[in-house]
Design a protein around this ligand. Structure first.
Ligand code: GDP
Length: 356
């Protein structure tokens, strides 16, 4: 693909950044996800997007296509963007509060009509604790009185075409919200006016209903992560993988849903995961993703893979997973690895969780 060629040219092999969406209830997290997934795109399938287990994968090609209107000449060095689509996911909240840094970047959604709310501040605290970078989606701009819709348009273009009243109402609310962030100790600014990126957090006005600003949000997420997180995003052989969920699935027994943050997993790999009583040593029977052909998709059918390369969200079928613990790392036992040492580190993890 074009993205692969580019990363080879740059002498880098980067993995996709992982992004999660946070914010107050009703701020529009779910709707923004819908918009990103293209579920509300009228012109049919949003090209190349694949549904994963609890996540959506957008290939760079899709992002390039959707951000053409920004004339950014988007040079995308990452293969795509992995968006976690379970905002209220309990293990995700727990993981975040442990600061495990599972997500490379977050989108903090703020309702422009409401400003900062209790869970916005809660989210901010989790982000600070986990040292997680983020951008702010200032959502529901279409609710400004008199807003004219420019479906899926870049936000600058949409704002320039609003009436004076809408613009001044927008500016008034924006200024107020920037002040509220300041009270939380954070400098924020509209992303296209931000001269101090890195110190001043970026605000992207969006409408998850009519799509204004969503191109800007996608482009910013990819360009910012690939610019500032090269080391973190460099593909490594070492597997970095976290268990999110444990689920019994018909035909597969107990399975675990995982985020493969880095490295590659193979069918047959011997793995160690944290267990309720003791570490679980087992081997991967199947690496599964949802079936890509939607019309043929029967609930519960999965596509098996021989190997899967990060970053992706997948389901693993194996024996003995009934007592696995969500939130812990999954380890792959290499030919030279000391299995007892690996088992010990899962126990240490469990003790650290239990003692909280
Ligand atoms: P969540 O709780 O943060 O996931 O919020 P939802 O995505 O469920 O949105 C809450 C409500 O706000 C729903 O009724 C959405 O239709 C509505 N909503 C979300 N985003 C927008 C937006 O950009 N504009 C407008 N007008 N309504 C929105």
């Amino acid at each position: 693909s074009v993205a692969d060629d580019q990363s080879v040219q740059n002498g880098q092999d980067l993995r996709s950044p992982i992004c999660c969406i946070m914010g107050h209830v009703d701020a529009g997290k779910t709707k923004i996800l819908d918009c990103i997934r293209g579920t509300n795109v009228q012109e049919g399938e949003a090209g190349g997007i694949t549904q994963q287990i609890g996540a959506t994968y957008l290939p760079a090609e899709n992002i390039r296509e959707r951000t053409k209107g920004l004339k950014a000449d988007a040079k995308l060095n990452v293969p795509g963007l992995l968006v976690i689509d379970t905002p209220g996911h309990e293990s995700f909240t727990k993981l975040r509060s442990r600061g495990s840094g599972l997500c490379d970047i977050a989108v903090l959604v703020v309702d422009i009509m409401h400003g900062l709310e209790p869970q916005t501040i809660e989210s901010l605290n989790l982000l600070k604790m986990g040292n997680t970078d983020f951008v702010i989606a200032l959502n529901k701009v279409d609710r400004l009185y008199g807003w004219k819709t420019f479906r899926n348009a870049p936000i600058g273009k949409a704002i320039r075409q609003q009436s004076k009243d809408v613009m001044s109402e927008f500016n008034r609310r924006l200024t107020e919200i920037i002040t509220q962030f300041k009270e939380q100790g954070l400098n924020t600014e509209l992303y296209y006016k931000n001269k101090e990126m890195g110190e001043t957090y970026n605000i992207v006005p969006t409408s998850a209903i009519s799509g204004e600003g969503i191109p800007d949000l996608l482009l910013l997420l990819v360009q910012w992560t690939q610019k500032t997180m090269i080391t973190r995003l460099t593909y490594s052989e070492k597997v970095q993988c976290t268990v999110l969920d444990i689920k019994a699935i018909e035909g597969h027994g107990t399975t675990i849903d995982v985020v493969l943050v880095n490295g590659v997993l193979h069918e047959g790999d011997q793995i160690v995961v944290c267990g309720m009583q003791e570490p679980i040593v087992t081997s991967i029977r199947a690496l599964l993703t949802p079936h890509p052909m939607r019309e043929l998709r029967v609930k519960g059918t999965y596509l098996p893979h021989k190997e899967i390369k990060a970053a992706q969200c997948i389901k693993i079928a194996a024996q003995e997973l009934e007592h696995a613990i969500a939130g812990a790392s999954l380890y792959v036992v290499g030919p030279n690895d000391d299995i007892e040492a690996i088992k010990k580190s899962t126990v240490e993890y469990k003790n650290s969780v239990m003692s909280r």
